[in-house]
Design a protein. Structure first.
Length: 317
């Protein structure tokens, strides 16, 4: 896991704040780029960009709603703040201007440079140099997600959220893979982590939890199972005294739940499009049978079997 046990992290929080000056819009002052030369940010040529760097009041910065990064290391932020104090801000924060809330008529959503903005606020800087992009929400969302995904310290769930955001925007798995420089299988496995139950995700968000130390493959395997199964196998029946859930443990629990679709006494036509089967997860289940494979959702399998049996009984009358 990218989260390191024992290291204190600062959780994401709302960065905007209401002003106390009656709602008057503060002016964002232009500033000479100096070392902050135009063209610092690489963006597609088709996207219009305002390259002038402006000084924007620190309280007007806000985390964008599509920001997938949720944890920031306190020690790393302190080191970045110290560097900015010594050398200045080498690269401006990249933002888009949007309508504000309450008494704040305007705010600036951060597209790139969340850590830089946080470090500047740690230093108490009243204004932060920023490059304001003239782009729509779709373009800004993609730029923000891709910029975050280039980081090496993202947790798998943060990567999954980024992949999910791109897929939700209409990108195909291949498009996402090409955009991120990853394989289609990697994209599929990260997207699959979004199927983890809410309780499991909550535990994974705590770097001190036992579950947060589990091997990534164990979590990927668990994510193929129904949410209720995950809660029982990973949380309710796996206390801290038993240590970190291993890949072998999870595989064993899954094997006990698998149902052979070849032996199904019902029409498996609808199962072809279902992801809850080993045939759709061949990279996680080595040696998965050709065709449909085995069902990973025992509850669904048994419900279909009961429905088919009741239908045959009714027809026999």
């Amino acid at each position: 896991m990218a989260a390191t046990k024992g290291r204190k992290r600062a959780t994401d929080r709302a960065d905007g704040a209401d002003r106390e000056d009656g709602g008057r819009e503060p002016k964002a002052s232009p500033v000479s780029c100096g070392r902050l030369a135009e063209g610092t940010l690489e963006t597609p040529a088709a996207i219009p960009v305002m390259t002038q760097v402006r000084l924007i009041p620190a309280e007007l910065f806000a985390a964008a709603p599509w920001q997938t990064r949720r944890t920031f290391d306190d020690e790393s932020l302190a080191e970045l703040a110290a560097s900015i104090r010594r050398h200045g801000l080498m690269h401006p924060v990249t933002v888009v201007e949007r309508g504000g809330l309450g008494t704040v008529p305007v705010c600036y959503w951060i597209v790139a440079g969340e850590r830089r903005a946080r470090a500047c606020r740690l230093l108490g800087m009243p204004e932060i140099p920023a490059m304001v992009l003239d782009v729509g929400d779709d373009e800004a969302r993609e730029m923000c997600v891709v910029e975050n995904m280039q980081r090496r310290d993202l947790a798998p769930l943060e990567e999954a959220a980024g992949v999910g955001a791109l897929l939700a925007a209409g990108r195909s798995a291949k498009d996402v893979a090409d955009r991120l420089g990853r394989t289609v299988k990697w994209v599929a496995r990260r997207a699959n982590l979004l199927n983890l139950s809410d309780r499991v995700k909550e535990q994974l968000a705590d770097p001190e939890s036992e579950l947060a130390q589990a091997p990534l493959e164990a979590l990927e395997l668990a994510a193929t199972m129904p949410a209720a199964w995950q809660d029982v196998a990973l949380l309710d029946r796996f206390g801290a005294a038993r240590g970190v859930p291993s890949v072998q443990y999870v595989r064993g629990r899954i094997a006990a739940e698998m149902m052979d679709l070849k032996q199904a006494q019902f029409d498996t036509g609808d199962c072809q499009a279902c992801e809850k089967r080993t045939g759709c997860q061949s990279d996680l289940f080595d040696g998965a049978e050709e065709g449909l494979g085995r069902c990973l959702d025992r509850g669904c399998f048994e419900a279909l079997a009961r429905a088919a049996l009741e239908k045959r009984i009714e027809q026999a009358r």
